[in-house]
Design a protein around this ligand. Structure first.
Ligand SMILES: Cc1ncc(COP(=O)(O)O)c(C=O)c1O
Length: 439
């Protein structure tokens, strides 16, 4: 059996069936913005491997940091021990985190960091003598991960609907209206949106622990850019009702939309922020949940005073070393300008696609360009475009998008724009293919 044949028979891929599984390509190596296949062909990674490879694949500085750490200590349990990579990383995160946020919990993936944030909100309310406050308000159109608690906060009518029976029941604010954020457009609906959320909060007085959203950019579910004024409204409501405000910056943070944190456009700061994906520059899995001193102090004065979470690989030293090297790279150059440059290229190329018959809309913010199609072309047609253009795309639902490494050069950005245009020009498919539903 070849490796591909073995893979097809025995290995589940994300959002894929083992019966007639979708095509996978055999990746042999990766460097910069390229993934090299076993037959020697190279693909431009236009999705930065699900938006984490910010500095390019196998960045020498990050690889070297992992190698050096590996020679000293690959892992040690974080219960009862600490280590230099974790301490250094916590210091670095506290320096760049939103104002007042400096208490760091290391998690092993983005989804887990969201679970941790929700547990913080609930323990905060518990410590304040309000054990009944155990629900969150999340936004329709959102995505926060695939573990149970993160699914329960994601769009209730979306990809996780199959599991509704086992999930905690949270409350949902309407999906914010889309708008052209970098053009300074604002949404006329924010006041009505806030009034509706306030009514929900009133109806469920005494039940809600906090609010959570992906600031400005709802990524994996809706590819929706929305008015930052929504965040200021959330901040106000949380202040008025003593709720914990969580910003999930796992996709949008670390310059994906331009500024370091997407919420910076709003002037509203969270009580807890989740960061992951680009934290290690896409070199290994790590996320962090960073809380304010106020939230941490309240939790620590409750009963129990311990924060009740502790995964086996918490603060893995290899991952922390990778993240330190990645944050060093972020500090060494103007990544906001890099994101702006990608935005400029996408803005100069993508809007004309709106005239194509299968295109419902085009939007761009920072290093994210989205072409919404009326109906997704067939997987076979999209595969052909990938093979012919040498650009790796992973469209989902109705979205053909690019979120390339922030360091992508002009030649590759032009190829990415060409590939997006080629998919946008394909005829609509029949629909209903497994996996179409998700990122
Ligand atoms: C906003 C957001 N939150 C959470 C997650 C989950 O992160 P992970 O896949 O690392 O568990 C994702 C992943 O796409 C995400 O985009």
């Amino acid at each position: 059996m070849t490796q591909i044949e073995y893979d097809r028979q025995y290995i589940w891929h994300p959002y894929a069936s083992l019966k007639d599984p979708p095509r996978v390509r055999l990746a042999k190596s990766a460097d910069g913005v390229y993934i090299t296949l076993d037959d020697g062909r190279r693909l431009v990674d236009a999705v930065s491997s699900w938006w984490c490879v910010a500095h390019g694949h196998n960045h020498p500085a990050i690889v070297e940091a992992i190698r050096r750490q590996g020679e000293r200590m690959c892992h040690v349990m974080f219960g009862g021990f600490t280590h230099e990579p974790a301490v250094e990383l916590a210091r670095r995160l506290a320096e760049i985190a939103p104002p007042g946020l400096d208490r760091v919990f290391f998690a092993d993936s983005g989804s887990i960091s969201v679970e941790v944030a929700v547990k913080m909100a609930i323990q905060y309310q518990h410590a304040k003598g309000r054990p009944g406050r155990s629900r969150m308000v999340a936004l329709k159109g959102g995505y926060h991960g695939d573990t149970a608690c993160a699914m329960a906060l994601s769009d209730p009518d979306g990809m996780h609907v199959l599991f509704a029976g086992m999930m905690p029941r949270h409350l949902f604010a309407p999906k914010p209206a889309g708008c052209d954020v970098s053009a300074g457009e604002s949404s006329p609906d924010v006041g009505e949106w806030a009034a509706q959320v306030e009514r929900t909060l009133d109806e469920h007085e005494g039940e809600v622990a906090g609010m959570i959203c992906e600031p400005v950019f709802q990524a994996a579910n809706a590819m929706n850019f929305y008015d930052p004024a929504i965040l200021a409204e959330m901040r106000r409501m949380c202040d008025e009702r003593d709720l914990v405000l969580v910003f999930d910056e796992i996709a949008a943070g670390l310059h994906r939309t331009g500024p370091r944190w997407a919420h910076e456009r709003s002037g509203a700061a969270p009580d807890v922020v989740c960061v992951g994906k680009a934290l290690t520059g896409g070199h290994t899995t790590l996320a962090a949940t960073i809380a304010s001193g106020r939230v941490a102090d309240v939790i620590s004065s409750g009963t129990p005073s311990a924060f009740m979470h502790g995964p086996t690989y918490m603060a893995n030293p290899l991952a922390c070393a990778a993240a330190n090297a990645s944050l060093e790279l972020f500090a060494s150059a103007d990544y906001a300008a890099k994101a702006r440059h990608v935005e400029d290229v996408f803005r100069s190329r993508l809007p004309t696609l709106a005239a194509l018959p299968n295109v419902a809309g085009v939007r761009v913010l920072g290093a994210a360009g989205v072409v919404e199609v009326r109906r997704m072309p067939s997987r076979g047609d999209i595969d052909r475009v990938i093979d012919e253009t040498g650009v790796w795309l992973r469209p989902f639902a109705n979205f053909v998008y690019a979120m390339p490494p922030l360091v992508t050069g002009d030649a590759e950005l032009a190829r990415i724009a060409d590939a997006l245009a080629a998919v946008a020009a394909l005829p609509p498919g029949e629909g209903g293919e497994d996996g179409d539903f998700h990122e």
